[in-house]
Design a protein around this ligand. Structure first.
Ligand code: ZN
Length: 292
């Protein structure tokens, strides 16, 4: 299989986290002209977290959460969301576009998006703080560059990305403004009011709706909000608990709620998202966008 790892010396989409100079990579490592070197792990990712930020035990999502999410996503339950993201990207990405998935997790969306990009002679990269997630992302996305890095200090140069994706990950609006080209697009996936409502009704005595996440962010203009709703007929307890594990409710649900949910053998749950579409202000504002 011809992948990036067999190619010779290539200019990376990432920059050196220490000196901020361009990185080149070969089959084994990434290097900058100042002599900093980052080994490529067996799975194909590179760790670009500054050494002083690597000490914490398990930054980002832990392995149990990553396993649950992988199991659920591999079941294809969020396929409609991935398809919609791909459609939007196809519509918005210029030829030779650079796409960054900021908080790429195990690369479920990144892999499909990178295929869209390669159809347009573009390239994709993904970063995530969780090494367990990045390991899987690198395997899943042989055509994308994948790194362990923080979305708050992204190893990318100013104005280098045409499209930025954020799918249920921490929002670092200022950093996103820095790396996006003027006129570039930011797709922000957020849960809508009734997302996973049926599950919340089981977990909580008095469930509440999500508050809408339409925010305004300096440097961005919102040009669309694409609603997406579908039902998932979960017919295995494992799928139900995997979905639970990948939500924030896993942290804050009282044991009684979790026990109630664990008794369900099947459950029909509504998935309800909005994909907020922002455009980076500045030159090339086009606002061309039809999928409202
Ligand atoms: Zn360097």
């Amino acid at each position: 299989m011809e992948t990036r790892k067999q190619e010779k010396q290539n200019l990376s989409l990432f920059i050196c986290p220490i000196c901020r100079r361009p990185l080149e990579y070969d089959a084994h490592s990434y290097r900058c002209r100042s002599g900093h070197c980052y080994d490529i792990a067996r799975e194909g990712y590179v760790n670009l977290l500054p050494v002083n930020q690597r000490h914490s035990d398990m930054p980002g999502d832990d392995r149990a959460m990553v396993n649950a999410r992988t199991g659920f996503l591999d079941g294809g339950w969020y396929e409609p969301l991935r398809e919609r993201l791909c459609m939007l990207t196809k519509e918005l990405a210029p030829e030779k576009a650079i796409l960054l998935d900021a908080g790429c997790g195990e690369g479920y969306y990144t892999g499909a998006l990178s295929r869209i990009l390669s159809e347009k002679a573009g390239r994709a990269a993904g970063i995530d703080l969780s090494k367990s997630a990045v390991r899987r992302a690198a395997k899943r996305c042989p055509d994308a560059e994948i790194a362990v890095a923080s979305v708050y200090h992204m190893p990318l140069t100013e104005r280098s990305a045409d499209i930025l994706i954020n799918c249920f990950s921490p929002l670092a609006a200022e950093e996103f403004t820095r790396v996006l080209k003027p006129g570039g697009f930011f797709l922000y996936v957020v849960p809508d009011r009734k997302h996973l409502w049926e599950m919340k009704e089981i977990l909580y005595d008095a469930p509440y709706e999500n508050s809408p996440s339409d925010g305004s962010y300096a440097g961005f203009r919102q040009i669309g909000a694409v609603p997406l709703e579908f039902r998932m007929r979960l017919q295995k307890q494992e799928d139900i608990m995997d979905l639970f594990q990948m939500t924030p409710y896993a942290w804050k649900t009282p044991k009684s709620g979790r026990d109630r949910l664990a008794e369900f053998r099947e459950l029909t749950v509504t998935a309800q998202f909005r994909i907020l579409v922002f455009q980076r202000e500045g030159r090339n504002d086009s606002g061309q966008f039809s999928s409202q």
